[in-house]
Design a protein around this ligand. Structure first.
Ligand SMILES: NC(=O)c1ccc[n+]([C@@H]2O[C@H](COP(=O)([O-])OP(=O)(O)OC[C@H]3O[C@@H](n4cnc5c(N)ncnc54)[C@H](O)[C@@H]3O)[C@@H](O)[C@H]2O)c1
Ligand SMILES: [Zn+2]
Length: 340
């Protein structure tokens, strides 16, 4: 796919390209990208690595850069990187001249199965992640699974958590496929990667096109994320990767649903087994439960009062907006907490 990127972009956009990436990704895959983009007039802007770059300050520096390089309304921004670059470059594109076209070329599994599709773009605020952002769809997403071979194991694994989430919320067949293909997925077999990325993109695109701005159905994508975000914020983004936190969050949500009689014990076990077979965590690392509950209160998706969770009904179907009594949540969290 990377080899065809230039042609694909030129087919939908006319102007000059501004590729946003960071030096480590450019070192690994820059030459392949340049070859692929050859038919398309472009230049590259390097962004330092790290989640901290998803800031208004960095966005502002990028707008300055676009102005000084003469970018105009027809210019196309190309995000070449993981979710950090994708969210940031997409946000820069959404605001520059009230919106210029952009293309996602995701290089991590998280970005290929999740963040590059759906049009949520944002930067972080000192008080909360992704607080300043927009819904702004890319013109095109070019996902080349061969880029995933260089991804560190932990980054790959956290992407699998989002892929398992996608299967659990919407596609029992994909879930079964995961169960039957653990080894191929774990060794990053290319046809397995292609199947997984394609299905996840189709499912996410389907959900988002029914509810682009998250007034309803899109909320199912937050399965595992209410508890997940709280754990992630408490542990610090480096110690617990987003996908790892989501994996624990999904396990907790499954137990809550089981207690409420909404989800069977057997299916909860299938979820836990699949996550464990990808070496994803399912238990809370030592954090005090009261801190987790408090952090959930400050989640922007928690309406006043008790937290609302997306809970599983069966593999392939979830229910959003379930109000869960604090006492039950406290009990379940205590149950899944590792005491050290
Ligand atoms: N917009 C959305 O819907 C959405 C959804 C999920 C996550 N996100 C956002 O995505 C971000 C996380 O994205 P991420 O997990 O992709 O992390 P990331 O962008 O930080 O990338 C993870 C690491 O992998 C490296 N890397 C990237 N591609 C590589 C490759 N092919 N080979 C080797 N190394 C490579 C990066 O340099 C980085 O160190 C967060 O900011 C999160 O908020 C957004
Ligand atoms: Zn997520």
């Amino acid at each position: 796919m990377l080899g065809q990127a230039g042609e694909l972009i030129a087919a939908v956009a006319g102007g000059r390209g501004f590729v946003m990436t960071h030096p480590a990704i450019a070192r690994l895959h820059g030459p392949a990208l340049s070859t692929g983009l050859a038919p398309f007039d472009h230049e590259t802007i390097h962004i330092p690595a790290g989640e901290r770059q998803k800031s208004l300050r960095r966005a502002s520096a990028l707008w300055d850069e676009l102005v000084s390089r003469g970018a105009d309304r027809q210019s196309v921004i190309v995000a070449f990187g993981g979710g950090v670059i994708g969210d940031l470059a997409g946000f820069v594109a959404a605001c520059y001249m009230r919106g210029v076209p952009y293309v996602q070329i995701p290089t991590t599994l998280v970005a290929q199965v999740d963040s590059s599709v759906g049009g949520k773009v944002a930067v972080n605020h000192p008080r909360a992640k992704n607080l300043i952002g927009a819904f702004y769809q890319p013109l095109l997403v070019v996902a080349d699974v061969s880029l995933l071979h260089t991804l560190p194991a932990r980054e790959y694994r956290q992407g699998l958590a989002e892929a398992v989430k996608t299967a659990l919320i919407a596609d029992p067949e994909l879930f079964q496929w995961f169960e039957a293909n653990v080894a191929a997925v774990a060794r990053r077999d290319e046809s397995a990667l292609a199947h997984m990325v394609r299905r996840c993109c189709e499912i996410k695109a389907d959900i988002v096109s029914a509810d682009e701005r998250e007034s309803g159905r899109r909320a199912v994508l937050n399965f595992g994320h209410t508890v997940g975000h709280a754990l992630e914020a408490l542990a610090g983004y480096r110690r617990l990767r987003h996908g790892e936190a989501v994996s624990i969050g999904m396990s907790a949500a499954a137990r809550v649903a089981e207690r409420l009689g909404m989800f069977s014990e057997a299916e909860a076990e299938r979820l836990a087994n699949l996550l464990s077979s990808f070496r994803l965590p399912t238990r809370i690392p030592g954090t005090p439960i009261s801190a987790v509950l408090e952090a959930m209160q400050s989640d922007k998706k928690t309406l006043a009062g008790s937290p609302r969770l997306v809970l599983p009904r069966e593999i392939g179907r979830v229910q959003a907006g379930c109000e869960v009594p604090q006492s039950l949540l406290r009990e379940v969290l205590a149950e899944v907490r590792v005491v050290n």
